[in-house]
Design a protein around this ligand. Structure first.
Ligand code: HEM
Length: 158
């Protein structure tokens, strides 16, 4: 019986590395991302948005924990610089918009980025005043603006 158990256990141990090797490869990124990476470099808006993404992830984590750390004001400043840069450029989707509506589309994008920047200013003020509940709510508002901005201004097949 002991021998049988030993044999069983040793075959399990021997099988382990094989199982790890045979594990399925991680899923590929979605098709549109692969296409984008192959066909064109990042737009100026994308470069700026990626900078915002890193800072916003940290701020959201702090908001979720209900406590902001001493780097929070700097993170907001990083977002503000990136959002200001992003607002200077026309979204990729602009060329999909009928010419007659294009100026309005770009103006709407800039107005939304202005609202985003004003919200960042309010967040800085709340953080400096130690108003944590207000700051948490403002981080939530930024998340909503992000979602709405992407719905409206990113290309459909993005
Ligand atoms: C917390 C705020 C935001 C974050 C973290 C964020 C992040 C991102 C990321 C990661 C991308 C894709 C970059 C890539 O894959 O190369 C992107 C694209 C984009 N975002 Fe945002 N975003 C935010 C807010 C906004 C807002 C408020 C707007 C509009 C008012 C907006 C408009 C866009 C547009 C138009 C693109 C497509 C790029 C282009 O047209 O060139 N984003 N964003």
């Amino acid at each position: 019986m002991k021998k049988l158990l030993f044999l069983l256990l040793s075959s399990l141990v021997a099988a382990a590395p094989l199982t790890a090797q045979d594990a399925p490869k991680p899923a590929q990124p979605p098709a549109h991302k692969q296409k984008k990476e192959k066909e064109r470099p990042d737009t100026d808006i994308e470069k700026a948005m990626k900078k915002m993404g890193g800072a916003f992830r940290k701020l959201r984590g702090q908001a979720k924990a209900g406590a902001f750390t001493s780097d929070a004001v700097d993170l907001v400043a990083t977002m503000k610089a990136a959002a200001t840069e992003a607002a200077k450029h026309d979204p990729l989707k602009t060329k999909e918009i009928p010419e007659a509506d294009r100026a309005k589309f770009v103006a709407d994008y800039k107005a939304k980025m202005d609202e985003f920047n004003t919200t960042l200013d309010s967040l800085t003020a709340a953080l400096k005043a130690g108003q944590t509940a207000d700051a948490v709510a403002l981080v939530g508002k930024l998340g909503k603006l992000q979602h709405g901005g992407h719905e409206e201004f990113q290309p459909k097949d993005y």
